[in-house]
Design a protein around this ligand. Structure first.
Ligand code: ZN
Ligand code: ZN
Length: 310
């Protein structure tokens, strides 16, 4: 009798543990940088894992290295979403796409992005034809998984809906880059929003209100540097200043906010956080490469210790 009770207890505990694990969403910042070359901040890329499925948002410089460091199985990602086609968000794509092909990715990539995505992907497929033929003929790599499935979008669109996971692309304000998208991921009664590159955007406010996790870009430049520098003024005009961030956070009230695409032109990160926190009292931090957020009953953040390559 005792034996049966303990076995029942064991199985119910096992079941409960399994259930608890299924409820956790894992978000990994693979790259939090900008076009500025940096070994600390690789190009923009964010990985969302829900119930053993991986969704990748942007594919900036060094993505494949961060995937290796975070011990993500590189051939397991099926869905890739581009926020926009500025080079810093897509230069890591070819390396990731080709390397995961060599790692015998069992499926083609499914790439979703703004108009121009099809041209970008198909030109790459052509550009790497010599490599494609060598590997297909010599090492018998799967020809079918080389070519990506491509979806182009040009307005707010529900881009994925399956197994209780819903992903919505929504337009943001990154003029003259148009359309540029943010993404909203909804699953397990949680909401994660990735801003992409944008200045203040009413549409982002609409989608990000009460998000469990908001990942939002930030930019600031010293006044002395901005004065008379038309090019820099144009850059700052399509990004989000700390003052705008205060408005965005007070309007959306996320449970937790991580700032990425950190473009500060020498201004200290702590100064930016302090400035925002003077007028906003929610949870906020500057994102770092390999920061991992688990979202379940509570939100926990750690920085992954990079796996050494061998
Ligand atoms: Zn960018
Ligand atoms: Zn951009």
């Amino acid at each position: 009798m005792h034996h049966i009770v303990s076995r029942l207890l064991f199985f119910s505990l096992y079941w409960l543990t399994g259930l608890a694990q299924a409820n956790i969403i894992e978000v990994t910042l693979l790259g939090t940088g900008t076009p500025v070359p940096s070994s600390e901040r690789y190009g923009p890329a964010t990985l969302v894992k829900i119930n053993h499925q991986y969704f990748l948002f942007d594919t900036g410089r060094g993505l494949i290295t961060r995937l290796q460091q975070s011990q993500t199985p590189i051939n397991a990602i099926q869905h890739v979403y581009f926020t926009h086609l500025h080079s810093d968000h897509i230069t890591g794509f070819s390396d990731y796409w080709l390397t995961s092909w060599i790692w015998q990715r069992p499926h083609p990539l499914h790439v979703t992005g703004p108009d121009g995505t099809r041209n970008f992907i198909q030109q790459l497929e052509k550009a790497y034809q010599a490599n494609y033929q060598y590997r297909r003929d010599n090492t018998k790599l799967n020809a079918d998984t080389y070519y990506s499935h491509i979806d182009e979008i040009n307005q707010d669109t529900l881009v994925y809906q399956q197994d209780g996971i819903k992903i919505t692309a929504f337009t943001v304000s990154h003029q003259p880059v148009s359309p540029a998208f943010g993404y909203k991921i909804e699953a397990e009664n949680k909401k994660i929003v990735i801003s992409g590159d944008t200045t203040y955007s009413d549409n982002l406010i609409r989608h990000a209100t009460h998000a469990d996790l908001l990942i939002h870009e930030i930019a600031a430049a010293p006044t002395a540097l901005l004065e008379g520098n038309l090019r820099l003024q144009k850059v700052m005009n399509y990004h989000t200043t700390p003052q705008q961030m205060i408005t965005i956070l007070n309007k959306t009230q996320p449970k937790y906010t991580l700032l990425n695409h950190v473009l500060l032109f020498g201004i200290g990160e702590e100064k930016i956080i302090k400035q925002i926190q003077q007028q906003y009292d929610g949870k906020l931090a500057i994102g770092r490469d390999l920061m991992q957020v688990t979202i379940g009953d509570s939100i926990n953040i750690r920085v992954i210790k990079p796996l050494k390559s061998h």
